[in-house]
Design a protein around this ligand. Sequence first.
Ligand code: SF4
Length: 326
Amino acid sequence: MAEKHLLEIKNLTIHYQTDYGTVHAVEGFNLEVGNGETLGLVGETGAGKTTTAFGIMQLLPEPAGKVVAGEIYFRGENLLGKSKTEMKKILGKQIAMIFQDPMTSLNPVMTVGAQIEEMIKLHEPGTKEEIKEKAKKMLEVVGIPAVRQDEYPHQFSGGMKQRVVIAIALSCNPMLLIADEPTTALDVTIQAQVLDLMKKLKDDFKTSMIMITHDLGVVAEICDKVAIMYGGKVVEYATKESLYTKPYHPYTVGLFNSIPDLDSEQDRLNVIDGLPPDPTDMPSGCSFHPRCPHKMPICSQKSPSKVVVGSEHHVYCYLYEQEGAL
Ligand code: SF4
């Protein structure tokens, strides 16, 4: 396959087997990420964002989670054909991940310097001094003085801990960074600092990034492209500019309408009526139909197909199929 994109996901389907039945976490998911591009993966809790990330990295909890269909091409090679040993070499070195809560990512009984060194040692062998030097440099890159390398995670604030996690993730200069709500567990003032840092490092290191978030403000800050996920599928995909100029899918429109407007005199926030679908019992047809203000009889019968509504902008919704896209 020609290597047109750094990452290309085709028809990815991930199920979990539970005591309550099969959870359809991701269904026929398609996506591309270009070199140096940042893609925002946006949706409510349970939309399948994190499961998609774990699917890409082949870190789904076993034996419950399974990729039941699809292909994940990274640099032109299907990751789903790789053995565990081959994946170990790719993870950390070529694909790295940052999790929501830095406390669960860091080892509390190891110094932060040693944790960065450990990652470098795994993928880029060198002398002890060279590895130590590189770890110090990485701390400085994320704005932490190198003299703090022998301190433990509990001696750092939440924002500083997340900086250490970013240093570990970037220490082997990965081509793809997957960040799962990296600022959600932080105070609002610190969130902006960490986002600015990520934006700068992404440009300096020329890393492609998938930013998993429920926050359209984060997307506006850092992303080039956006994929809106609902019920385990991408329902709309666009460049950031195109999506913010005109969102098409009723779910995306609902997300934008629910952002508080400080200039408005309205005393109640707009919310999307109803609840996200139960993944063990997905609605038929378009999974948004039970909540959609525009639903038509066909919406509950058949899943809508992809409709191109602009350059690098497509949506899955019957409203545009019927009206010839616009
Ligand atoms: Fe609403 Fe139908 Fe479009 Fe789904 S396909 S978002 S139910 S109009």
